[in-house]
Design a protein around this ligand. Structure first.
Ligand code: GLV
Ligand code: GLV
Length: 330
C-alpha cells in the first residue's frame, strides 16, 4: 500500500496534487492551526510528514507516530526539530537549503535599507497626514553605502549579503562565524573575519544570519548591545531567540542603538510589546524567503525529499543521518 503522508499546513494546491499522485495524503488546506495533541493524533498512522517550521517534532510526537520515517520541513532552519530525538527514533528530517539563499539575502538587504533609512516610520508619518511638518532632519537616517557591515553567521545567506554589501554598496564587510571561510571565499565576499566584540564595536550595521541553536540563544543581549555604536542598526533575519528581544526593546527606547529591523521574534507570532511601542524598529512577519518562485521552490524541494525517500533514492537534503532504508521503527 502507498505511504501515508500528512501535510501539516496549507500549501500550493498543485504540490498537494503532486504528492497525492505518490502517496495517500491528508492535507490541511483549510490551514487549521492544530495543537500538538491534534497534530500527534493525525500523525499516528502516517509514514511521512510535510511541515513548515511551526510544528514541533519532538520525542512526544515521535512516540505518538510509530510509523513515521521522514519529516520534510519547508524551511532552511529546522529548530522545530529535536534532531537528537529524531535520530534516536530513526526518523530523517530534511530542510530546504540553497533554493532560498539569494531571495533571503535580498530581504536582509531590504530590511537593512528600510531600517537605516527609516522607511516604515516615514510612511506612517505620511499616512498620518503629517507631511506639512517638514524639517531639515526629517527622517534623516544612517548611511548604508560605504559604511561597515558586520555579519554574524556566514553561511550561504550571509555570504550572499556580503556580496551585495561589498560589490553593490561599497561597504566594508566584517564577519563572525563558528569557522572561518576558505581564503578564496573570503576574497570573493570581500569579508574580513573578526571576533564578535570587534565586529559589534566597529560595525555601523549588524546583520544576524546564524542558525538557531541553544549555544546561539541570546547571541545579542544587553552586553552585546552595549558594545554597539549609538548610531548603529541591528537586523535579525535569523531566528527568534538569537536576540534578547526585551533587552533590544530597552536599548531602542533608550536610543543606545539607533534602530533595528526584525523579521523574527522570540515566541513569534507573539512580538515583545516593548518592540511594538518604539518607533525606531522595522517589523516584518518572518517573510525573508517569501517570493512566489522561492516559496514554490521550497515546497517542491520538501515534496522531492518525500518522493525520493519513499522511491528508495534516499532523502535529498537531510539534516541528520539515520540508517537508510533501515529497519522499521523500533
Ligand atoms: C525560514 O525561516 C527558513 O528557515 O526557511
Ligand atoms: C544557512 O543554512 C544558510 O544558508 O545561511
Amino acid at each position: 500500500s502507498r505511504p501515508r503522508i500528512l501535510i501539516a499546513r496549507a500549501i500550493f494546491p498543485d504540490i498537494v496534487e503532486r504528492l497525492a499522485a505518490h502517496f495517500d495524503v491528508e492535507a490541511n488546506q483549510d490551514d487549521v492551526l492544530w495543537s500538538p495533541a491534534e497534530l500527534a493524533a493525525r500523525m499516528a498512522d502516517k509514514d511521512g510528514a510535510f511541515t513548515t517550521g511551526s510544528q514541533r517534532v519532538d520525542a512526544a510526537l515521535l512516540a505518538a507516530s510509530p510509523r513515521l520515517r521522514i519529516v520534510a520541513n519547508m524551511a532552511v532552519g529546522y529548530n522545530n526539530f529535536d534532531v537528537a530525538a529524531m535520530t534516536a527514533a530513526g526518523v530523517v528530517g530534511t530542510n530546504t537549503p540553497d533554493v532560498l539563499t539569494e531571495t533571503t539575502a535580498d530581504f536582509g538587504f531590504a530590511l537593512l535599507l528600510a531600517t537605516a533609512r527609516r522607511l516604515t516610520e516615514s510612511e506612517h508619518f505620511l499616512r498620518a497626514g503629517l507631511w506639512n511638518r517638514w524639517s531639515y532632519d526629517m527622517f534623516a537616517g544612517a548611511e548604508v553605502h560605504g559604511s561597515t557591515l558586520g555579519i554574524v553567521g556566514m553561511g550561504r545567506i550571509g555570504q550572499g549579503i556580503a556580496r551585495r554589501a561589498a560589490h553593490g554598496f561599497g561597504m566594508r564587510v566584517l564577519y563572525h562565524n563558528r569557522s572561518r571561510l576558505a581564503p578564496a571565499l573570503e576574497a570573493e565576499c570581500k569579508a574580513t573575519y573578526t571576533d564578535k566584540a570587534t565586529l559589534l564595536r566597529e560595525a555601523d550595521h549588524v546583520m544576524l544570519v546564524l542558525p538557531y541553536s541553544p549555544e546561539a540563544h541570546h547571541t545579542i543581549g544587553a552586553a552585546e548591545l552595549a558594545l554597539m555604536k549609538p548610531t548603529a542598526t541591528l537586523v535579525n533575519i535569523a531566528r527568534g531567540g538569537i536576540v534578547d528581544d526585551a533587552a533590544l526593546a530597552r536599548a531602542l527606547r533608550e536610543r543606545r542603538i539607533a534602530a533595528a529591523g526584525l523579521d523574527v521574534f522570540e515566541g513569534e507570532p507573539a512580538v515583545h510589546p516593548g518592540l511594538l511601542e518604539v518607533p525606531n524598529v522595522v517589523l516584518t512577519p518572518h517573510i525573508a524567503s517569501a517570493t512566489v518562485p522561492t516559496r514554490r521552490a521550497m515546497a517542491q524541494l520538501a515534496a522531492d525529499n518525500l518522493i525520493a525517500f519513499f522511491d528508495g533514492r534516499g532523502p535529498l537534503t537531510p539534516v541528520n543521518t539515520v540508517p537508510y532504508p533501515g529497519a522499521p521503527r523500533p
